[in-house]
Design a protein around this ligand. Sequence first.
Ligand SMILES: [Cu+2]
Length: 422
Amino acid sequence: MYGAIVIEPHQPRFKADREHVVLLSDWSDSDPERIYANLKKRSDYYNFGKNTLGDFARDARQRGLGATLDERRMWNQMRMDATDLADVSGYAYTYLMNGATPVSNWTGLFSRGEMLRLRFINGSAMTFFDVRIPGLKLGVVAIDGQDVEPIGVDEFRLGPAEVCDVLVAPSDDRAYTIFAQAMDRSGYARGTLAPRAGMSAEIPPLDPRPRLTMRDMMGEMKMDMPMQHSTHGMDHGAMPMKGSEGSCGASMHMPPPLQTGPGVDMTVATPRTNLDDPGIGLRDNGRRVLSYADMKTLDAPISIDTQREITLHLSGHMQRYVWSFDGLKHSQSEPIRLHHGERVRFTLVNDTMMTHPIHLHGMWSELETPQGDFLSRKHTVVVQPAQQLSYRVNADALGRWAFHCHLLYHMEAGMFREVVVA
Ligand SMILES: [Cu+2]
């Protein structure tokens, strides 16, 4: 079950003639427990190169030969080329726009000359969407429900739970495609803006499948080199990249690195701190793509003069499909305790090669620039591979709160902490 909740401000800053909610999601007919079991099982595929005949015979007996072959093919394909970017891809998911498949083509109507407000919501379990409407400039006016300085872009990335409102002004009496491709380019959600029902526009091809680069694995580097996929199958250990040429903000403190161990297969010695990187697959694509550096909340911050620093490493072990904060799964961890009214700076260091949308319930996360200035008020903060960023939290809500990666299976696998405000 899902839906959209729209809270209208008392005094709207941005006026529109008409608005549409555009809710993106990922649908699978597979039981999520089965998908999770497959993710957990993938370590065997890495360790032994391929499945044992016994595994195969058991699956075929239980689930039928055809389904087993299909699934093997699916996971083999994912292991070959998709796993570094998305744990669950278009091989398992159909991407939906307002519940409609790409073929069903959800359509939002407009009259020529109208200003439209589109409220994009990523309600998916596991999918980052890269959204654009060829032929229209997107005027971003709100992020996570908070007004921002308007900025015109061609494209933006939306992580699970993130929300982005854009204004568009279609001037021609024609259809426009709303194109939302999955970050790993394994599929897309699609809908249409049109003056009349039943119209459609050209659907652009999927972009090339992006490849992780040195920057994604080791932090700030000057060169970009494609990673070999075989790196996933070995124990990375700590990356000996100290002293690489970085451009980290001078005031950003460097927290001590995490140790590798049973739950942590890699760490990043020199995380990068810049926020102007739109992310894997969106760099230098010829379009103006929104980045976190562009998002400037118009209202004043509510958390100033922080009194305490909390640093957390986003960690994981790919082979075991374990995800965690500071190498500890939820079941192994103690709650993070905040005093009521306390103002805390959270610094997150992503020691993995995956992009994590981190969501704190109950309180805002106010993202800072690398220099420590207020940037944007968010409820979900996406941390890119090998990136370090900070946000401030005003602990103004008593109670027990969830703090977790918003990728469903990362949360399930342990990237979850309880935050207690007392
Ligand atoms: Cu995650």
